[in-house]
Design a protein. Structure first.
Length: 103
């Protein structure tokens, strides 16, 4: 009987510890956040590719906890502004970091 209680208690502690491993920290995303960020990145890239002005831009897109970082090079202020506008329009984007260089 004691072994059974001990086994249940140990299994419960193991379960709680496993759940804690899925939580996010300031510098690390949880599994759900990582998947959400992957979807946001894909949607921003698709928006840029599908736009007549922004299509063909050399812009890299990375997302961490809903913050999208755009980097790369564009020709002209209109392409720069359009890339930012498209990124901000994607659902789930919290903010956009602009590291785009206009040539």
């Amino acid at each position: 009987m004691k072994t059974s209680s001990f086994s249940r208690a140990f299994a419960g502690l193991l379960f709680v510890a496993a759940l804690g491993g899925c939580a996010s920290t300031h510098h690390q995303e949880s599994t759900g956040e990582y998947l959400d960020d992957s979807v946001i990145t894909t949607k921003v890239k698709a928006a840029i590719l599908n736009d007549k002005i922004a299509n063909g831009l050399d812009v890299n897109v990375e997302t961490f906890k809903g913050v999208v970082q755009l980097s790369g090079f564009v020709k002209g202020a209109s392409a720069h502004d359009k890339a930012l506008e498209l990124a901000r329009s994607v659902r789930g984007v919290q903010s956009v970091k602009d590291d785009i260089v206009v040539r």
